[in-house]
Every structure is written in C-alpha cells, then in structure tokens.
Design a binder for this molecule. Structure first.
Ligand code: CA
Length: 220
C-alpha cells in the first residue's frame, strides 16, 4: 500500500515517514501544499495524510483541487487542536477522516488502515480469500489457520491483491503500489513475486489475466 504524507513540520514529517515505513507502507512525502497537490494529482495512492496548515497552498485548497479533478483516494486531514471549523471545512472539502494534533501515531495508523479497507469495501480488519486470511492490523497472513512467512514485497503484492480481490490488477498498478518512486521499477520483478506467492498459496488463487494483469479468485 502506498501513502502520501503532506506535512511541513520537519520533525513530525520525519516521524510519520518512519512509522509508516515500519508499518510496511511505501511512503512518498511532500513538505508544502504545491508539491503535495502535484504528487496526489498525478500519482496513485491508497491513502493520503494531509496537514491543513501548509506553506504555498493550504491543505483545504489542495484537497478541493484533488476532488474537483476527480481524485478519489481516501484522505485523512491533520487539524489543529480545538479548531472544529477546520474539521467541518475539511469534511466539506472531501476529507474522509480527521485527527487533531497532537495525536498518537498508533491511532493515525489505525485510522489509515481503516480508510484503506473501507475504500476497498472491507469493513472488518481481516480480509479473507478462501483459506487465506490477511490481518490488516498486524500484516500477518495465514493459510488454513497456519501462519505464512512472506517477504515484505510478497506481502505488499498479496495485500494489494486481497484489497482488490476479484478485480483485475495490472502490473503497473502493482508497481505503483509496492515500490517507492526512486526504486528500480522493473515489471519482471512483479512476476517473480507472483510466482513465489503461487508456491506459498493454493496455486489456483492468483489467476493471470493475459495481457492485463492478475486477479485474485476466492472460492466462497
Ligand atoms: Ca503545518
């Protein structure tokens, strides 16, 4: 899962990037409204954490511009404490959730996980596909109740497929959502991760949609 963090305070921005990376996300950061708006307008993200008080363009304007352009990724805004009008403005501008500063990092991570799940149509913290269960809180995967050992990239690929089960997911989608921008984005590596996942999972679960990508087919 790929998140965009737009926060101008250098200390908080650093903490956010570190915590989200540790939690297994691919992180892109912007430190002002103009850069943040640009990234969110042209790149694909599974969620955005958007500070409202930003240099160059404020967060509400950034969010309004994204929504006006049809960008529908879930956005959580960070508001100043006790500034209830910011929450109202933010929700009116298209925010999906908000958190007032100062906040506990655990709560932010939990809220972002919930936003990503809800955007994918899953209300529960666990997503299952036949005998495979992904716990989105811990990032653990089990098969028939037994814990599976996956590398971080295998987990990212499987997690993206689980959040979009039944849908065709293109290689480009997978590359966008599992690699950081500066990483060598070789689409052949996706095939390698898919091949490894097929060995660890029931092989018929991940179908190849020829020329289009992959589809997770769940026996119900
Ligand atoms: Ca700020």
């Amino acid at each position: 899962m790929r998140v965009l963090l737009v926060e101008d305070d250098p200390i908080l921005a650093g903490q956010l990037a570190e915590e989200f990376s540790l939690a297994g996300y691919v992180v892109e950061s912007a430190h002002n409204g103009v850069d943040g708006h640009h990234l969110g307008a042209v790149e694909a993200f599974d969620a955005v954490v958007l500070d409202l008080g930003l240099p160059q363009m404020d967060g509400i304007s950034v969010l309004k511009k994204w929504r006006a352009a049809g960008r529908s990724m879930p956005v959580l805004i960070l508001t100043a404490r006790d500034a209830w009008h910011e929450k109202v403005d933010g929700i009116d501008a298209g925010a999906d959730d908000y958190l007032a500063k100062p906040f506990h990092m655990e709560e932010l991570l939990a809220r972002v996980r919930a936003l990503i799940r809800r955007a994918a149509g899953h209300a529960s913290a666990e997503i299952s596909c036949g005998p495979v269960v992904l716990d989105t809180r811990s990032g653990r995967v089990s098969l028939d109740g037994r814990s599976l050992t996956l590398t971080s990239h295998e987990l990212r690929v499987l997690s993206y497929l689980m959040h979009h089960k039944g849908e065709v997911v293109s290689r480009t989608d997978l590359i966008d959502h599992i690699y950081a921008q500066e990483f060598d984005r070789d689409s052949n590596t996706i095939e390698v991760f898919i091949g490894r996942l097929r060995k660890k999972l029931p092989p018929e679960l991940i179908k190849t949609a020829r020329g289009l990508g992959y589809r997770l087919v769940c026996p119900e």
